[in-house]
Design a protein around this ligand. Sequence first.
Ligand code: ZN
Length: 180
Amino acid sequence: MKFCCQCGAPVELRIPEGDTIPRHVCVSCQTIHYQNPRMIVGCIAEWDEQVLLCKRAIDPRRGLWTVPAGFMENGETTYQGAVRETLEEANARVEIGMLYALYNIPHINQVYILFRARLLDLDFSAGAETLEVKLFREDEIPWDQIAFATVRNTLTQYYRDRRHGEHKFHMGTIEPIKKI
Ligand SMILES: [Zn+2]
């Protein structure tokens, strides 16, 4: 951030009085611009033995597969956001079920929230940010072409749970990939 969105004056990075973390503070109107993690909401949309994946048409990770998910909007609930993202990315209608996975990704200031969901019909198609939408059985999942670690972890847990006959809530933290 370079300029104040309240008055247009430059901002400076400093620790406000009574705070412990550097913030962007406007040099003119003194507004403190707090920045907080962003929530990504989505779902594992199920149809029998299959789950719905979307091939991304946008960066990052264009051309790789993910579950329908995206940034939560103001004024909506997490599950409304998951339904909306599934409609936008896959033109698919779902009924949201249990909260299935929560992943913290502190190094990029994101929190992923994924639900299980029931696909209501097979009338789906690629949305504007998607190249292709397809249902996959476990042995068809393109594991080496999954866009994000959160999604790979969640799908791995999902099939493990299914073999055990019980789906449980999973929480975890994604660490940055260490370059050796
Ligand atoms: Zn200002």
